[in-house]
Design a protein around this ligand. Structure first.
Ligand code: NCD
Length: 326
């Protein structure tokens, strides 16, 4: 299939064919990463700029390594040490990197819509620059949604990861749904896969309007639950989410201890699930809050390290598809 998507700003409108192309491409890069040289010349001469206006460990480093493995040149922008602190606007910063020959910008910002605004400006100026959303406010985090999808599909069929493998699987997303861009991107991809997606959290972190997240191409079902137990029954996968304390402007929880008692994922609670249930977390983790420390480190259940590893192949696939399509 030929790739036609110029910017990747979210997953809400992705087609099954696009997901499968991405999974297949990521799978081939996973092989490159396990080879001796770990590198291909696919994006030689392409300039990728990481513009992260918000802290990040995994996503920023993962994009950096992905670009390097593809032989692209990578620039890293750090707001604290940049001209932004001298009053330059974000658009002017983007135009500066454009003038240096940037072809792909990966943008993270605490406000939803910043990557979209920069993409619109790049299109208006007919620059040909592609924008990749590295996480914008509470909107979307498409590369995280895709790496989660890749991790799950590879677990089900390592040689041939395809979106249809998740059809009918019960996937529970538990935690701070309202503040989570990861949850939103995952809802779109898992619903497109035809999975049964159960959102769980306290009412303050899981408003009822999430029920309306559905579009006509989605074949999966979406359920909301304010109690953990019914959702965990026969679950195939559990995606836990960090309590985003920096985004909580109000007192939304009694205490972290109480939250853990009601919604924390532990070995004991896993007994309700399917016997081969697996746990995911996008990181960073509040140990002992959303997931018990022992469970987080238990390789029999935790896919957290695989998620990080998958992220490099998936970001290579994204950069490759965007960098080689016209
Ligand atoms: C997430 C993010 O920043 O959106 N982390 C990540 O990118 N791996 C989730 C979070 O901050 O909790």
């Amino acid at each position: 299939m030929t790739w036609t998507r110029h910017h990747v700003l979210g997953l809400a409108d992705w087609t099954t064919e696009e997901y499968d192309t991405l999974l297949k491409t990521a799978s081939s890069f996973r092989e490159v990463l396990s080879s001796r040289t770990k590198k291909v010349p696919a994006l030689q001469g392409v300039v990728v700029t990481n513009m992260f206006f918000e802290p990040s460990t995994r996503t920023r480093s993962s994009f950096e390594l992905a670009a390097k493995r593809l032989s692209a040149d990578i620039l890293n922008f750090a707001p604290g040490t940049s001209s932004l602190s001298k009053g330059e606007t974000i658009l002017d910063t983007a135009k500066t990197y454009l003038a240096m020959g940037t072809n792909i910008m990966v943008i993270r910002h605490k406000q939803a819509g910043v990557p979209q605004a920069i993409a619109a400006e790049m299109d208006r100026l007919q620059t040909g620059v592609s924008i990749l959303n590295g996480g914008d406010g509470q909107h979307e985090h498409p590369s995280q949604g895709l790496l989660d999808l890749f991790t799950l599909c590879c677990l089900l069929d390592s040689d041939n990861p395809q979106i249809k493998l998740l059809k009918g699987k019960k996937i529970v997303i538990v935690g701070d749904i309202v503040h989570s861009r990861v949850a939103r991107s995952n809802i779109w991809s898992l619903m497109a896969a035809g999975a049964d997606v159960h959102l769980v959290g306290p009412p303050t972190l899981l408003p009822e309007w999430f029920k309306s997240m559905k579009n006509e191409s989605n074949s999966g079902q979406l359920f909301l639950d304010w109690h953990l137990k019914p959702a965990l029954e026969n679950a195939d996968f559990i995606m836990t989410l960090r309590l985003q304390k920096e985004r909580m402007t109000d007192y939304l929880l009694p205490s972290l201890r109480e939250y853990h008692q009601q919604y924390g994922i532990t070995h004991t609670r896993l007994k309700l699930c399917n016997s081969n249930v697996k746990i995911l977390h996008p990181g960073p983790v509040n140990r002992g809050v959303e997931i018990s420390s022992e469970l987080m480190d238990d390789p029999n259940f935790s896919l957290i390290q695989q998620q990080v590893t998958s992220g490099i192949a998936v970001r290579m696939a994204l950069l490759f598809l965007m960098g080689t399509s016209s």
